[in-house]
Design a protein around this ligand. Sequence first.
Ligand code: PEP
Length: 271
Amino acid sequence: MGVFYDMLQYPVMEKGKKIVIANWKMNPQTFSAAKRLFLGIKKKAVTLRNTDTVIAPPFVFLSSLSKLYSSRRMALSGQDVFWEKKGSFTGEVSTSQLKESGADYVIVGHSERRALGETNDMVHRKVKAVIKEGLTAIVCIGESEHDSHGAYLKFLREQLESALVKIKAGNLKNIIIAYEPLWAIGKTNDEAITPEKLHETILFIRRVLIEMYNKDIAFNTRIIYGGSVERGNAHALLIQGTAQGFLVGHASLDALEFGDILDIANQVIEH
Ligand code: PEP
């Protein structure tokens, strides 16, 4: 696609550490099942030098899971957060409460939250609050339709610009952009995005980051992919797709499948 040609001269960041994030969503149903899954993933995660593993369990399991590991190769994440520090906000959780529970990361703007009414402005407030607390925000953006006319690019640009408006360049090291096209979520690997489309879209996101910041920021900001990542497509999405890691939904609920994805991510650096 023509709009990307000017980007192709820039280096592709397939080298460097990968980050793979498990979004467990509202699973598993009991703490003992969560513990079993966590320990199964941990067995693999702590052996990997080139991949950081982040687990985003339901809030209620964070604190107990935080006591089950000490490796710097693993970390915990909240699946959402509220922007206020404290007060009368029934059902919400603050950044400091997440931190106190052991989270270093927070997923913000997941499409399942947006589907429940979260707006671009709310996402922006959450990003600001997460950064202020010294946590890392995993900012999700993604279109519902990947149309051939490129309207989805305008949509992605809007989501990205409104999430990052007035966020200073120095804070981008605490932000990971998770590109998660809605049409590719919750399917199987043969229905996920193609590596070529992913590469194009990542180039587009970097172009928007150049416009908002500069080349240095654009090529040092981590961009990961989410949407039906499984062991069967992980390698191509990292190599040809140029994702710097993944946000994994259903495949993160199976320690063996997720472990294989971690292994694949870990080996990519050898290329
Ligand atoms: C997600 O919802 O963040 C996700 C990537 O899910 P899945 O891997 O199941 O498509």
